[in-house]
Design a protein around this ligand. Structure first.
Ligand code: CO
Length: 251
């Protein structure tokens, strides 16, 4: 038996996000399976193309699986770093299913937010990391998706409120709640914006904190609010890395 783990991320073109936040999660996951050979893959073809242009070669999941077969791997776990069950997750599952017969065993791990308990734990971790400040709202900005898994975002806001953090709002860049939905719920004149994403990559730097007029920061400021941005991805937090580890332990 030759064991391996393939750690699959969406990827990021922002080098600091990639080397600090994605790599930190990869390292944490690898430590949980020290006996296994480790492979890395990114699912975004755009990100892989951009990186290729910089001389950095990261395989797709298919390419990583092919490499594993070539290396004689018999038993493998494909572990996504993705936050949600969603479109990307479904695509990965299809790929894993297509390769399943070529390994003695091929497991597919769950995303970071896979259960109600995961959401409650995430809210508790973030509450501790970002304590309430008088007169200030705390706005978490997630990616958002057309997939049903998008309900995780309003659910997370509800959990924060039920845990006594009525100052927390959760919005998304591409899903629901949108900027307008978050703005309509604000009752204070200052706020902190924090990415609810694995990395503080393009969406955090540009859509959240960018200086162009359509960023969340600029739109809040245009509306007369004081907006402060935190540029740290979830992947950099040891407590979040531990949540990934826990998921592997229960497999
Ligand atoms: Co996006």
């Amino acid at each position: 038996m030759r064991q391996a783990i393939a750690i699959v991320s969406f990827g990021s073109s922002v080098e600091t996000a990639r080397v600090q936040q994605i790599s930190a999660v990869e390292k944490a996951i690898r430590e949980e399976m020290p006996q296994a050979l480790a492979y890395t893959a990114y699912t975004s073809p755009t990100i892989r193309r951009i990186l290729r242009g910089r001389g950095i070669f990261i395989p797709s999941l298919e390419e990583a699986l092919e490499q594993m077969l070539e290396d004689g791997i018999t038993d493998a776990l494909v572990q996504p770093t993705h936050l949600l069950y969603g479109i990307e997750y479904d695509k990965m599952r299809e790929t894993v299913d297509a390769y399943a017969g070529r390994f003695a065993s091929l497991q597919f791990g769950i995303p970071l937010l896979a259960t109600t308990e995961d959401l409650r734990e995430l809210a508790a971790i973030l509450s501790e990391a970002y304590p309430r400040k008088e007169g200030e709202a705390l706005v978490f900005l997630g990616h958002g998706t057309d997939h049903f898994a998008n309900v995780v975002y309003p659910a997370l806001q509800m959990i924060f409120h039920m845990q006594g953090r009525g100052d927390v709002l959760v919005g998304t860049v591409e899903g629901w709640p949108s900027y307008e939905d978050v703005y309509a719920q604000l009752h204070v004149s200052s706020l902190r914006l924090v990415p609810l994403m694995l990395v503080a990559g393009d969406h955090a730097l540009h859509d959240m904190a960018g200086d162009q007029e359509d960023s969340w920061k600029c739109r809040f400021e245009e509306a007369g609010l004081a907006a402060q941005c935190v540029l740290q991805g979830l992947g950099a937090m040891p407590q979040i890395q531990e949540l990934y580890r826990k998921h592997i332990r229960i497999l």
